[in-house]
Write a protein that binds this ligand. Structure first.
Ligand SMILES: Nc1nc2c(c(=O)[nH]1)N[C@H]1C(S)=C(S)[C@@H](COP(=O)(O)O)O[C@H]1N2
Ligand SMILES: [Mo]
Length: 427
């Protein structure tokens, strides 16, 4: 099992290498977003900045929410579950009409439950029953989906579904339930299995005002499509993508206390929460001496929140200060965090649907901005500089005033590097 999982991970690593060769990861977050399309009307540029270039860059920023077709796909499987022929999809329960969910006790470390849902016994939960639960319990919330191992978000959306705890309560758990394991469909091949897990505590309660862990069946107001993990995937609000298992088929309630996630095999920090960091979207690769430099970007707003985005342009002829690898003493300049968009992009009518967690009902405006677990766009107009080669960097300051990324040289808790790009200034 371990070897085969490793080979799956190798496959993922290969795909990453391929991306890197194509210049998608690492080279430029610009490439990360260029595939997302650019149609959302912009927030009004700050006229005080008086730069038509910057105003134009702000106008052509990516839409806030991503249509589900435009998400980047991180899927394993041979064949990929979402590429199976329609007839096979029906047969294996990957359509809304045929989907069935097992929620059973772990035979090796049993949790005591009174009413398992089981395909074998003809008691599995089907899609209609899930929707029925949704009539009373459904929630929706905004979240950016990010792969722990890829530097930029895969897409942002409003995810809708039933809190996982509602289904677990129906099994009438009694005792010895400490962890929830959950599995996606992978061609009925144990070697391809992709799984994740959570403590029962996280499933039953939502700490720090987080949204609940959900069994998700809608994204941006549409049925969750097959590539995004439909008919039903788990979405864990504060976590990286690997916790949000697609094509959910099986939930196992266990008395084991430890994680057994597939992602453990890839040297990843399984408990990592979404990080705050900034990346740029547009900047001039070459400009003239003395010309102001317009820059735009996005910041992912992790669990630590976001209070500032900062940029710093540094001549390559100047030595970097020694002993300060995270540039804590650099003369960072505050960028402007753009206000919440008026048109949100890929949601019906560009508007926030009613009863979305974190948004005010009547106005559809976010209760707090920037919004945790989402992103915010930013812009800056840097003063012109003399001829030469420069490096432009950006970073964030979180809600507690900590520079992010904080000193954290490893990326296995989620990529949050200080981004650096080169700018040539030439007469
Ligand atoms: N069943 C299953 N679920 C999965 C995966 C997978 O390969 N199989 N990939 C995971 C990883 S590593 C990530 S980052 C997200 C990506 O979500 P997306 O493809 O909807 O963008 O899905 C997660 N859920
Ligand atoms: Mo991932």
């Amino acid at each position: 099992m371990q070897n085969s999982e490793r080979s799956l991970l190798d496959h993922e690593a290969l795909t990453r290498r391929h991306f890197i060769q194509m210049g998608v990861v690492g080279a430029a977050a610009l490439d990360c977003v260029s595939s997302l399309g650019r149609t959302a009307p912009p927030p009004a540029p700050d006229p005080a900045q008086g730069s038509p270039e910057l105003a134009k860059a702000i106008e052509s920023l990516e839409p806030y929410f991503t249509s589900q077709e435009k998400f980047r796909d991180v899927s394993r499987g041979k064949p990929l579950p979402h590429s199976l022929p329609a007839e096979t999809m029906r047969k294996v329960g990957l359509t809304r009409e045929t989907w069935k969910l097992d929620v059973v006790s772990d035979p090796d470390h049993p949790a005591r439950i009174r009413r398992p849902f089981s395909q074998k016994d003809g008691t599995a939960l089907d899609f209609a029953a899930l929707l029925k639960l949704g009539e009373k319990h459904s929630v929706r919330f905004a979240k950016t989906m990010t792969c722990l191992n890829i530097g930029c978000p895969l897409g942002s959306g409003i995810w809708e579904g039933v809190p996982l705890r509602e289904v677990i309560w129906l099994t009438q758990p009694r005792e010895n339930l400490r962890r929830v394991f959950y599995y996606g469909y992978h061609n009925d091949d144990p070697q391809q299995m992709f799984r994740s897990s959570l403590s029962i505590d996280r499933v039953l309660e939502d700490p720090f005002d987080l949204p609940p862990v959900i069994l998700c069946y809608k994204l941006n107001g549409e049925w969750l499509n097959s590539e995004r993990g439909g008919p039903v995937r788990v979405v864990v609000p504060e976590a990286y993508g690997f916790k949000s298992i697609k094509w959910l088929t099986r939930v196992v309630l266990t008395n084991l206390h430890n994680a057994n996630d597939t992602y453990a095999e890839g040297n990843n920090d399984l408990e990592s929460a979404l990080k705050t960091f900034a990346a740029r979207l547009s900047f001039p690769k070459q400009t003239k001496p003395g010309e102001p430099i317009p820059v735009t970007g996005y910041a992912q707003v992790g669990v630590s929140g976001l209070s500032k985005v900062q940029v710093w342009i540094q001549s390559n002829a100047v030595e970097l200060p020694e002993g300060d690898p995270y540039f804590t003493t650099a003369p960072w300049i505050d960028a402007q965090i753009l206000p919440a968009p008026r048109n949100w992009g890929a949601v019906p009518g560009g508007k926030i649907p009613a009863d979305t967690l974190g948004f005010d009902g009547p106005t559809g405006q976010p209760r707090a901005w920037p919004m945790r677990l989402g992103k915010a766009h930013w812009a800056a107009l840097l003063p012109g500089v003399r001829a030469g080669d420069y490096t432009l960097r950006c970073r964030t300051i979180d809600d507690k005033g900590m520079a992010q990324p904080m000193p954290r040289p490893f990326q296995k808790s989620g990529n949050a590097a200080i981004e650096a790009v080169e700018i040539k200034v030439k007469a």
